[in-house]
Design a protein around this ligand. Structure first.
Ligand SMILES: *Cc1c(COP(=O)(O)O)cnc(C)c1O
Length: 364
């Protein structure tokens, strides 16, 4: 018996679909709880919600959804370009910044190529490489930090791309300017470097990678509205790159890959620096609170530069289940080959406090 399924790309056989954080509604249903009693600190979302200005802009945009969006994203790309002192031709907007990972695959990956990523990097790089029939070379990351020297040394003639998540998810680690500059000196012209900077806005002393775009190097910088902007449900992000690479990525995307409500929300959110500032301050407070609490509890954790902390709890799945039963959704790290660890996102201070007191109860 032949089945159409047998004709799917052979490299898809070992591909496991991305496992997202557990939704609040589903958890509430399963536990018979009120969704309002449940805390989701599993997907590094903004605990303050979206910028009120973004919500206002989205309501207005909702009146116009009978009209197709601006496929070229003129206004949003202009706003992003102005923010960074670049041109509109340097910017590609996307359905979540994750779509950029797919677009660079469409544009530049062939079966048999390879991409390089850190062993505990964000999993989507490997998923997307597999989707295009490419291999992923996973480079060890001692202390959970990207080892850029080792990543440069891993380059082969079939290497097309190197992904650097900075800060990385799920480890929260950061590579600094010096390491990045030394790395960029070694990267040959046949390799594209993708800096995934989803948590960039949480940093106080961020390395400069935009200079490599200005220098015309083969780099793509990924940024998102999902994290500090609190617009994860809208699915909107962007890539900053050279005009030449941007042109290739535009060919690879759907004509209307970002919707009009998302574009409107993103423009207003980008301008609302006050909301971003409040979120960053809350995050600083929450990170310090978590890390102090883990110190007191004698738990090993990875000092974080992002809006979450990776912490070693013993049996990550069991702790995830026990927290879930008590209405707190965190993330187990088995799919990252870290079965003893969980990742907790920074919430509001009351949420962080409930997370820690519940974790103490669970571990007792
Ligand atoms: C959350 C996250 C993103 C953002 O994804 P979107 O598609 O923009 O929501 C990208 N990269 C990393 C490492 C992340 O953690």
């Amino acid at each position: 018996m032949s089945s159409i399924v047998n004709e799917a790309h052979p490299w898809l056989e070992n591909l496991v679909a991305y496992d997202p954080g557990k939704p609040i509604e589903e958890t509430a249903r399963e536990l018979g709880l009120d969704p309002n009693e449940i805390i989701k600190i599993a997907s590094n979302e903004n605990p303050l919600g979206p910028s009120p200005k973004a919500v206002e802009a989205m309501k207005e945009a909702a009146e116009w959804v009978h009209i197709y969006p601006d496929g070229g994203g003129y206004k949003l790309r202009t706003a992003i370009a102005e923010t960074f002192g670049l041109g509109r031709e340097n910017v590609v907007i996307s359905n979540g910044s994750n779509e950029i990972i797919e677009l660079v695959g469409h544009g530049f990956l062939n079966p048999g190529d390879n991409v390089i990523a850190a062993e505990h990097a964000f999993v989507v790089y490997k998923l997307m490489a597999t989707l295009f029939g490419a291999e992923t070379i996973e480079v060890p990351d001692p202390g959970f930090a990207h080892d850029l020297d080792a990543m440069a040394a891993a380059i082969t003639p079939r290497t097309r791309k190197i992904f650097i998540a900075n800060p990385n998810n799920p480890t929260g680690t950061l590579v600094g300017q010096e390491a990045i500059d030394r790395f960029m000196d070694k990267v040959p012209d046949h390799v594209m470097v993708i800096f995934d900077e989803a948590y960039h806005e949480f940093l106080h002393d961020a390395p400069d990678t935009l200079k490599y775009v200005r220098e015309g190097r083969n780099v793509v910088i990924m940024r998102t509205f999902s994290k500090i902007q609190g617009l994860a449900g809208l699915r909107i992000g962007y890539g900053i790159t050279t005009p030449e690479i941007a042109q290739v990525l535009h060919k690879c995307r759907q004509p209307f890959n970002t919707n009009s409500i998302a574009q409107a929300g993103a423009i207003a959110g980008l301008a609302d620096t006050e909301h971003q500032e409040r979120t960053r301050n809350l995050n600083d407070e929450g990170l310090a609170f978590y890390q102090n609490a883990f110190d007191e509890m004698g738990l090993e954790y990875v000092p974080s530069f992002a809006n979450f902390v990776l912490v070693k709890v013993g049996n990550g799945d069991a702790v995830f289940d026990a927290m879930l039963k008590r209405g707190i959704i965190i993330r187990s790290m088995r799919s990252y080959k870290l079965p003893e660890w969980v990742r907790v996102s920074v919430g509001t201070m009351p949420q962080n406090e409930r997370c820690i007191s519940t974790l103490k109860e669970v571990l007792a």
